[in-house]
Design a protein around this ligand. Structure first.
Ligand code: DGI
Ligand code: FE
Ligand code: FE
Length: 184
């Protein structure tokens, strides 16, 4: 699927600011892919579709997780975590996107996981540092991303865990496992 076609498909579901975010994630991810030697075509598709299910009602996301037998642990955690796994399923089902690495990059873009691939790391980080984002500690991660992908990722995931603890939010095990995996 070419870039324009993919963007057209996504824009029908997530227009407005969320679509603008997607385009910035795409540009950021392609920069990282060039820098760190990832497959640019796969990066493009994963970035474009990473938030494809972001605007689907929570009740429908829940049905997808139950009926399609996705990771049932998700149901015990915040619904914010559901759009990635749902999108990874839907892009295969509806659009025939079968590449495992692309689908895992979409699936794990919110939580990360232990043993992330280069593409998974790039999508996670691009989503975190795209130029429209603004929060404490972000500049440091942007700087690290210029020289050391794993160090940037460790900082980003560590910041997310701190942010969640400050909110007294539950933390999905994959998020901890991603962090532990990067601290060696
Ligand atoms: O979809 P985006 O807004 O572009 O970004 P995202 O998919 O990374 O979602 C970010 C949200 O997910 C942010 O509010 C933090 C939250 N999040 C990330 N990891 C966890 C989490 N929330 C919970 N409850 N537990 C987690 O492990
Ligand atoms: Fe997302
Ligand atoms: Fe996103």
């Amino acid at each position: 699927m070419d870039r324009e076609k993919a963007l057209q498909i996504v824009q029908k579901r997530i227009s407005g600011p969320r679509f603008d975010h997607t385009v910035r994630v795409l540009e950021t991810a392609l920069d990282l892919a060039k820098q760190y030697g990832a497959d640019e075509k796969k990066t493009e598709i994963a970035a474009i579709f990473h938030d494809y299910e972001k605007h689907r009602p929570v009740s429908e996301l829940q049905s997808i997780i139950v009926e399609k037998k996705l990771d049932s642990r998700l149901l015990d955690y915040h619904s914010e975590l559901w759009h990635g796994p749902a999108a990874a399923f839907i892009v295969q089902e509806e659009l025939g996107i079968r590449d495992d690495d692309v689908r895992n990059a979409i699936r794990y873009h919110t939580t990360g996981r232990a043993g992330m691939s280069l593409l998974e790391k790039i999508i996670y980080l691009a989503d975190y540092i795209e130029p429209g984002r603004q929060f404490p500690g972000l500049e440091e991660v942007r700087d690290l991303a210029k020289t050391d992908l794993d160090l940037a990722l460790k900082k980003a995931i560590g910041n997310t865990i701190k942010f969640l603890i400050d909110k007294s939010a539950r933390i999905f095990p994959d998020t901890f496992e991603a962090y532990n995996d990067l601290v060696k």
